[in-house]
Design a protein around this ligand. Structure first.
Ligand SMILES: O=C(O)COP(=O)(O)O
Ligand SMILES: [Mg+2]
Length: 231
């Protein structure tokens, strides 16, 4: 029996497990071009990721003072989704240290759950294309749990997807790792320890996200969780 302090880990996808920035940038720029908007360089797209594709496009348009009228926005959003569905694993790859660390966690019988704000179908397809899908007990996407009474997806920053991960992993002690404010808020709302992926697409400096620990490479995750579990 391993003395690792957690029996399950919830993992964010974009900016934590996978470097998806280049493919997301291509998709958002494809939609921006159709709407006559300025292209956004990949370094800037980083700051738009974390709330799902719709939020990413809305932020890109807002940053250039564009209109968010529903009738203008909708076709561009559809263009983005169509483009991304066809080009979602062109440049996308795991961050350094991800495969080795997932192997080490699996060897300790730690259950792994992906909790992303991406649509479940996109996330599933990317994991499948990269040969990673079978490493996870479950995948909870931004649309997996349906909508709340106000019509918002039950996605991060809400606690719901973390609660679902705990349930689906039958976890007694789950920790979460993610790269954005939404990840930390969701983990806090679900009252689970949270590690910030400082190498990811953090929407503010990683040490200001409010996480319990910050890692600058994914392979620092296991020692960080060991320290957290013993504190
Ligand atoms: O695609 C996004 O904006 C968010 O995805 P993530 O929750 O996996 O970071
Ligand atoms: Mg992320």
């Amino acid at each position: 029996m391993s003395d690792f302090p957690f029996d399950a880990i919830g993992l964010d996808l974009d900016g934590t497990l996978l470097d998806t920035k280049a493919d997301l940038a291509a998709a958002v720029n494809h939609a921006l071009a159709e709407g006559g908007y300025r292209q956004v360089p990949p370094e800037e797209v980083e700051g738009l990721i974390g709330g799902g594709a719709k939020v990413m496009l809305a932020r890109a348009i807002e940053h250039q003072g564009g209109s968010l009228e529903r009738e203008d926005f909708r076709p561009l959003y559809k263009t983005l989704l169509r483009y991304y569905s066809e080009h979602n694993a062109v440049h996308t790859a795991p961050f350094p240290g991800v495969i080795e660390t997932l192997d080490a966690l699996a060897a300790m019988d730690v259950k792994l759950a992906v909790v992303t704000n991406k649509f479940e179908s996109f996330a599933a397809e990317i994991l499948d294309q990269l040969g990673l899908a079978n490493r996870f007990v479950t995948l909870i996407g931004g649309d997996s749990l349906g909508k709340d009474a106000e019509g918002n997806f039950r996605a991060k920053p809400a606690a719901d997807p973390i609660h679902a991960a705990i349930e689906r992993c039958a976890a007694t002690r789950l920790a979460f790792v993610g790269d954005s404010t939404y990840d930390v808020m969701a983990a806090r709302a679900a009252q689970v320890p949270v590690v910030a992926a400082g190498y990811g697409y953090c929407d503010r400096p990683a040490n200001e996200l409010g996480a319990d620990a910050v890692i600058d490479r994914f392979d620092a995750l296991i020692p960080a969780l060991e320290r957290l579990g013993s504190s």
